[in-house]
Design a protein. Structure first.
Lengths: 107, 114
């Protein structure tokens, strides 16, 4: 089945710094989603991005479907950005999730 | 406001005592699903439903039941909970249908079985 790999697994930033999270997938897909799980456990839908680039405030995402990867950019990070970021792609009749990138933003 | 609502959010129960976690969505989505999240194992799908009266097993269905009598509701039933069902549970609703649509999670239900 399709494999989804995220990097880096962990990331520590100082508030105000920028970061790029990566999601690689092993087969062609027709959609990709990014989620943020906050420290209270809630899973928030960030982007639904089969291809191209989308922006929402300080966050943006780019998916290059032909090269089988997606990037999530966080600019001017804030402590509230802390948590785990997951990407997910469809495969075998369900969504396949990556293992996540755990981000910690220090004040 | 478009949302997926789960209840209860937190529950501590004992082995064998039947419980139901409710899930309701107000977005008129046909596809709904349940996941559990455990440390080191990630998110795993328990059951899914493609429409009213249509449900199917996901990756880890043992010990769970579901029903889909109305489009908006998709309850998860633990007939005889056991400690290995201690987990964080998420209900989800998908816009656009199936696994290719855009998925929205509920707030999560943290269940502890003693």
């Amino acid at each position: 089945g399709i494999q989804v790999e995220q990097s880096p697994p962990d990331l520590i930033l100082q508030e105000g710094a920028n970061s790029t999270l990566r999601c690689n997938f092993s087969d062609s897909v027709n959609n990709l989603q990014w989620f943020h799980q906050n420290p209270w456990g809630q899973l928030i839908n960030l982007f639904y991005i089969p291809s191209g680039t989308k922006q929402n405030g300080r966050l943006s995402a780019t998916t290059v479907a032909t090269e089988r990867y997606s990037l999530l950019y966080i600019s001017s990070s804030q402590t509230t950005d802390s948590g785990v970021y997951f990407c997910a792609v469809p495969g075998g009749g369900k969504l396949i999730f990556g293992q996540g990138t755990e981000l910690s933003v220090k004040p | 406001e478009a949302q997926v609502t789960q209840n209860p959010r937190y529950l501590i129960t004992v082995t064998g005592k039947k419980l139901t976690v409710t899930c309701s969505q107000n977005m008129n989505h046909e596809y709904m699903s349940w996941y559990r999240q455990d440390p080191g194992l990630g998110l795993r799908q328990i059951y899914y439903s493609m429409n009213v009266e249509v449900t199917d097993k996901g990756d880890v269905p043992e010990g769970y039941k579901v029903s889909r009598k109305e489009k908006r509701n998709f309850p998860l039933i633990l007939e005889s909970p056991s400690p290995n069902q201690t987990s964080l549970y998420f209900c989800a609703s998908t816009r656009g249908g199936g696994e290719t649509g855009e998925l929205f999670f509920g707030e999560g239900s943290r269940l502890t079985v003693l």
